[in-house]
Design a protein around this ligand. Structure first.
Ligand code: BTN
Length: 250
C-alpha cells in the first residue's frame, strides 16, 4: 500500500498542519516533522522533542462510517498499533489509559487525537503521535520519559520507522472503515484491555474533583471510554479523562 507522507523540516505542529489541510487531504494522509516549534500535548501541555531525533507526526483520517459515540475506537486502534510496533522491536509496551504508551513505568509515546463530527458520525480525526526514537536526555519536567534508543541501545531511522508504524496502524484502520464494525469493536476492546497498564493491579489514584487519594485496581474501560476502578472493599466507579490521575510514585 502506498502511504501518503508529507515530511516537514520545521513546522509549528503537525496536528495544526493536518487541520489546515482538512478540506482537501486524502483519507489517511500523514504530516510528519523533523521539528515542531509548538508541539501540543494533552491537557494543554506542550510536547517537546529534539530536532530530528524522534517521530512527531499526525495522520488525518476520514472514518465517516464510525459513530461519534464510538470515537474511542480510533484511540484504541492507534494505541494497539503502537503496542504491536513496539513488540516488533522486542519491547513489551502497555497503554496507560486513555492513550499514553508506556514501557514499564516510563512513557515512550504520547497521542493527541482531535475529532471532527458530522451529525452522529465522525467526519475527520487528526491523530497526533509523538514517539521517542533516538532521544537520550529529556527536559526535567517531563515525567519518566524513555525512547527506543534508551530501551534497546540502538539508533533508529525515523523515515523507515514511520513507514512501518503507519502500515500497522493502517491495517487496524481498515477494520473500522466498514459499515458493520461491531465484531471489530468487540475484538479491539478486548485487545486494548489486555494491553492496559496496571490492569488488575492495586495502585493509587487521585480524584481530580475532590483531591481524594484512592487505592484501587483498573478493571477495564466502560462503554463510554471511562476508566473503571474497583477499590479493595469491592466498590466500583468509572472516571472520564481528566477526572482521575494515576499517582505513579505514590
Ligand atoms: C501527550 O501529551 O502525551 C500527547 C502528545 C502528542 C504529541 C504529538 S507530536 C505530533 C503531533 N503534533 C502535535 O502538536 N502533537 C502531536
Amino acid at each position: 500500500m502506498a502511504l501518503e507522507i508529507n515530511w516537514y523540516k520545521t513546522i509549528d505542529s503537525t496536528n495544526s498542519e493536518a487541520l489546515r489541510r482538512i478540506e482537501t487531504a486524502n483519507d489517511f494522509t500523514t504530516y510528519a516533522a523533523k521539528f515542531q516549534t509548538s508541539g501540543r500535548g494533552q491537557k494543554g501541555n506542550s510536547w517537546e522533542s529534539d530536532a530530528g531525533k524522534n517521530l512527531t507526526f499526525s495522520i488525518l483520517i476520514r472514518p465517516v462510517l464510525l459513530k461519534a459515540a464510538d470515537q474511542f475506537l480510533v484511540s484504541q486502534i492507534v494505541a494497539i498499533g503502537i503496542v504491536d510496533y513496539l513488540k516488533e522491536k522486542g519491547l513489551v509496551a502497555k497503554i496507560k489509559w486513555p492513550n499514553d504508551i508506556y514501557i514499564e513505568d516510563k512513557k515512550i509515546c504520547g497521542i493527541l487525537i482531535e475529532h471532527y463530527l458530522s451529525g452522529a458520525n465522525l467526519s475527520v480525526s487528526i491523530i497526533g503521535i509523538g514517539l521517542n526514537l533516538n532521544q537520550k536526555c529529556f527536559a526535567s519536567d517531563v515525567p519518566n520519559p524513555t525512547s527506543l534508543l534508551l530501551e534497546k541501545g540502538e539508533e533508529y531511522n525515523p523515515e523507515l520507522e514511520l513507514e512501518r508504524l503507519l502500515l500497522i496502524i493502517h491495517e487496524y484502520y481498515i477494520g473500522l472503515n466498514v459499515k458493520s464494525y461491531k465484531t471489530f469493536k468487540e475484538k479491539t476492546g478486548i485487545k486494548y484491555q489486555e494491553c492496559m497498564y496496571r490492569l488488575m493491579e492495586f495502585a493509587y489514584f487521585q480524584e481530580e474533583e475532590t483531591g481524594d487519594i484512592i487505592e484501587a485496581k483498573i478493571t477495564g474501560v466502560d462503554k463510554n471510554a471511562c476508566l473503571m476502578l474497583e477499590k479493595k472493599d469491592g466498590s466500583k466507579k468509572s472516571y472520564a479523562f481528566k477526572e482521575v490521575r494515576y499517582l505513579l510514585n505514590y
